[in-house]
Every structure is written in C-alpha cells, then in structure tokens.
Design a protein around this ligand. Structure first.
Ligand code: ATP
Ligand code: MG
Length: 112
C-alpha cells in the first residue's frame, strides 16, 4: 500500500475527484490547506493597496491504495489538476506500513 498526497488548485477538486471515482479508488480524504512553492506566495492589489499573500489556499488530497493502483491514480490527478500555469500543485507518494478498517478489524489491502 501507498498513499498518494497531492496539493492542487481548489477549483480543480471536482474535476479531479470525478475522474478518480471513474477510475475507481477505495476512498479519499480532502483538506483545505494553505502553502507556497517556489514563488513563495504572490502579491495582490486589494482596495488600492498591495498585499503579500504568503500562503495560498490549496486542496490536499490523500488516497491510500494498493501498489498496483498508484500509477493510475497519479496519472489521473496530474491530467485533471493541470492548467499549465504556476501553482498547479505537486504530489508525492509515500509507503504505508499498516492500515485497518476500524469497524471490522480488516487489515492492509482488505481494509481499503
Ligand atoms: N516542497 C514542498 N513541500 C510541501 N508542500 C509543497 C512543496 N512545494 C509545494 N508545496 C505545496 O504545493 C502548493 C503548490 O505548489 P506550486 O505548484 O506553487 O509549486 P512550485 O514548485 O512553485 O511550482 P510552480 O512553479 O508550477 O508554481 C504550495 O502552495 C504548497 O502548499
Ligand atoms: Mg508555485
């Protein structure tokens, strides 16, 4: 098992999760987050004054899945989150040592 973590533009969340559901994923957690990448936020004019927005709102997706589904999940996220402009986001894939379904006690792949 691995977990795919992706940070994407908020307006892309519906398109990405629809595509992931079509692909077939066991589950997903999404969180509203804020962060910055290489540009370290950006500046915006608001009511005539310039504000520096250091942490830009993003959506973080977490999908735990069996190893053989990971490539498909990553490809789907990249295809549907991409606009080609800065701030499109990032993903990283992390091994999962152990997982369980709390209701039944099933473990690992059976629990997903
Ligand atoms: N190295 C990192 N570690 C943790 N989170 C990151 C990292 N890089 C980016 N993020 C998260 O991803 C979000 C989007 O990053 P972003 O797409 O701006 O990356 P970038 O490297 O600046 O690429 P781009 O030049 O395309 O903007 C950030 O707001 C932050 O929440
Ligand atoms: Mg950036």
């Amino acid at each position: 098992m691995k977990v795919v973590i992706a940070v994407i533009k908020p307006f892309k969340i519906e398109e990405v999760t629809e595509a992931l559901n079509t692909l077939g994923i066991p589950g997903v957690t999404i969180t509203e987050v804020r962060g910055h990448g290489r540009q370290k936020g950006h500046t915006e004019i608001y009511r005539g004054a310039e504000y520096r927005i250091e942490y830009i709102p993003k959506i973080r997706l977490e999908i735990v899945a069996p190893d053989d589904q990971i490539d498909g999940i990553v490809d789907t996220v990249v295809e549907h989150a991409r606009t080609g402009t800065i701030g499109d986001g990032k993903y990283w894939v992390v091994p999962v040592e152990r997982a369980g379904r709390i209701r039944t006690g099933e473990l690992d792949d059976d629990s997903l």
